[in-house]
Design a protein around this ligand. Structure first.
Ligand code: FAD
Length: 469
């Protein structure tokens, strides 16, 4: 820990209480990287209990020029929560109150440290639905979901986190509280300031509270796993279901054979619902209101897909248990981590029409350099989002960079993105130019300097910090 931070600790304790300033083994006990399990290296962790305490901590840090790194549920995948020993981690784990659920206005107001699963449950308790959903739902937080503009399994129907947020409260680097907590869907009163904090990964402010939209609860859900003879059939099926299900399509999770085989068959952790010899698979889900009519329209949509040659085989879940078993295959990241160790995980987006060519060219560049390279591909096809898991048997910095080059360079020409939903953090910062123009990066840097002139918040994440002097 730096001397400056050591000197600050008693003053931090005056604000949040001694037991909410952690040092030494209590800091190292926290993992900041879900994939590698790397320990937290911050000099200390401070745990404010309310917005006012976050603000007072930031006033103190601003005065002392103390850099901080915000911690939510620590499930991020781009090293955004990593900190150096000279940095102070600010954890929102004590901000866990759901303050209001308004069934009439269909809104929920909560503090930033509330886990996503609790938000989903609170909505369900009043007969409504919070549609953001992802595998880390038990640990990731509302604030982290906002800071990363999280995506997940329902984007095709409801959009990303940005589309769920009506208002938020954020604390700036100097401790100023920006209360932008309007619950209104329509609010064109000047600049939409909340957007600055959504997806900016804690580099422009610390999100402390938010108002989110709730949706009518889907009263009937139909789920199927289907096998498609090739990529054209898979993408044709997406269009077909979009048309025939009349807006009910809520998930279309595509899996290439290499991914499905590895998880459903080779891992030994699942009972394979379909054989693993087909080219592509999709986990499709539709939501509706009237169970009988919905069951009929879902079956009819799949039948017509069979007739059109888009599907070769299918299993339709008949119970919640069967449905969960299908989703467990899709959500089983642990099997990937084990099978491809040391795993390199990528999250990219690109036009659907270019996807199959992209996947083939990436596979070919990887195997040219590492003949035993293994790759597994799945993704939210309707969102143009692929998650590509790569194992080349080497996790040195040099190998990582070479693998990144194989995946990222082709995206520039395709106008794809090096980050579809996980953000930039530290991991992708030096590749930002692939997806953003020099003018865009200059504007991002200028926004950073305006809102955080001393570069205290998640310094060097997303864009490099250069002290203007
Ligand atoms: P953290 O990991 O704690 O932080 C992430 C970043 O946000 C850091 O830069 C941090 O400094 C900043 N931050 C956190 N809280 C705040 C705050 N209150 N104010 C300002 N900045 C803050 N992501 C998806 O988008 N879609 C998926 O489908 C998906 N699936 C996942 C599955 C698994 C198994 C795992 C482990 C992760 C998955 N993720 C997914 C990634 C991750 O869950 C999301 O990025 C999530 O939104 C991070 O939330 P968190 O609370 O854990 O944030």
């Amino acid at each position: 820990m730096s001397d400056d931070l050591t000197a600050l600790l008693p003053r931090l304790a005056d604000i949040v209480g001694q037991r909410n300033v952690l040092t030494g083994a209590d800091v190292a006990a926290r993992q900041v990287d879900w994939l590698s399990g790397a320990a937290c290296r911050a000099g200390a962790i401070v745990r404010p209990g309310c917005t006012e305490e976050v603000s007072r901590v930031m006033q103190l840090c601003f005065e002392a020029r103390q850099p901080i790194v915000t911690h939510g549920g620590l499930t991020g995948l781009v090293h955004g929560a990593e900190a150096d020993p000279g940095e102070l981690a600010l954890s929102l784990e004590r901000l866990t109150t759901i303050e209001d659920v308004d069934p009439l206005g269909s809104t929920l107001t909560a503090e930033a440290g509330v886990p996503l699963e609790r938000i989903q449950q609170a909505a369900e308790d009043v007969g409504l639905y919070f549609p953001l959903d992802l595998g880390a739902r038990g640990s990731c937080t509302l604030g982290g979901n906002i800071a990363t503009n999280a995506g997940g399994n329902r984007v095709i129907r409801y959009g990303m986190m940005r589309q769920q947020v009506l208002g938020l409260e954020a604390v700036l680097a100097d401790g100023t509280v920006i209360g932008s907590l309007s619950p209104m869907l329509k609010n064109n009163a000047g600049y939409d300031l909340k957007q600055l904090f959504i997806g900016s990964e804690g580099t422009l402010g610390i999100v402390t509270r938010a108002v989110v939209r709730l949706q009518p609860a889907p009263s009937d859900t139909r789920t199927a796993l289907v096998a498609c003879p090739d990529f054209d059939a898979l993408s044709g099926l997406l269009a077909h279901l979009g048309r025939t299900l009349g807006g009910g399509l809520a998930a279309f999770e595509a899996m290439w054979r290499n991914h499905y085989r590895l998880i459903a068959h080779d891992s030994g952790r699942h009972r394979p619902p379909l054989d693993a010899d087909t080219s592509h698979y999709a986990l499709v889900e539709s939501i509706g209101v009237d169970p009988e009519a919905h069951e009929a329209s879902f079956s009819a949509a799949l039948e017509s897909a069979f007739e059109a040659g888009l599907i070769e085989d299918a299993v339709i879940s008949q119970s919640a248990v069967q449905r969960d078993a299908l989703w467990e295959i899709r959500d089983d990241i642990e099997s990937l981590v084990t099978a491809l160790a040391p795993l390199q995980a990528f999250d990219v987006s690109l036009p659907i029409s270019a996807m199959q060519g992209y996947v083939e060219s990436v596979e070919s560049s990887l195997t040219q350099r590492w003949p035993d390279a293994r790759i597994a591909v799945f993704g939210h096809l309707g969102d143009g989002n692929l998650h590509i898991s790569v194992g080349v048997g080497d996790d040195s910095a040099q190998a990582r960079q070479a693998v990144e080059a194989c995946l990222y360079h082709p995206l520039a020409e395709l106008k794809g993105s090096i980050s579809a939903e996980h953000g930039i953090g530290l991991e992708k910062r030096d590749w930002l130019h692939i997806s953003r123009t020099p003018e865009e990066i200059a504007l991002m840097t200028s926004l950073k300097h305006t809102l955080d002139p001393r570069g205290l918040l998640n310094r060097n994440k997303v864009v490099p910090w250069r002290n203007p002097g």
